[in-house]
Design a protein around this ligand. Sequence first.
Ligand code: SF4
Length: 285
Amino acid sequence: MAVPRAAKAGGKPAPAGQAAGMPVVSSESLLALKRRARRINRALAEKYPYAHAELDFTNPFELLVATVLSAQTTDVTVNQITPLLFARYPDARAMAEADPATLEEIIKPTGFFRAKSRNLLALATRLVDDYDGVVPGRIEDLVTLPGVGRKTANVVLGNAFGIPGITVDTHFGRLARRFGWTQSEDPVQIEADVAELFEPRDWTMLSHRVVFHGRRVCHSRKPACGACPVANWCPSYGLGETDPAKAAKLLKYELAPGSEALLAELLANTERAAEIRMASRKRTL
Ligand code: SF4
């Protein structure tokens, strides 16, 4: 892996003004990069002890389908339609026999519904034909299924099978570059670069924490650097708002101003975070 040019030793935030999305230049050994990366992971773990997969599921099949549906849309939208979808088609056999028009109607809110419907029907049929209707637990098999790439495969492995996986979605890729963990735009290369910095046992939770951070603090266009828990170790500090009061207003979800009660509830009940998130979303619908 090419060692990214990253933060200066000592963990001081680098000055603003670098090219968008890229860390400030300075040589950093692989060892120093690993130490800094792991420090960031520990800080994210302290900030988001309640981080978890934000797609709702009860078994590998549901997670696989929900992850396929999450392409080009939000987890919130997917979570709104999956209760009806899985009530109608609880397993691969039922989905393989679905009427395409009915399936399309149910998944329509997630966008690209015709292509997604075709993928789900083909996916369910392959599961029935080649895996006796059971979702396989190996990445080599998962990536051969219709509509399933490495990102989806790693989500399913990490969260439904407990097999470590790094999930490179748009948030993870952006933050990995901002952290100086990679310089690549290619998800497979990003996964390989980041895998070198962490032990496999950390991969799944690291993925959740980084995505949580990307959704709440380190946004694509307006990162809230002045309210960021990893600012001291981030070479891209200064890319966004650095004034603490202004940055705090950019925070989202449970970190947003006015969401203190939800945050306190999540921190007090980390193991029930998914349940609390679902209940809070229902309250706001
Ligand atoms: S919000 Fe945090 S992680 Fe994102 S660029 Fe700013 S300091 Fe770095």
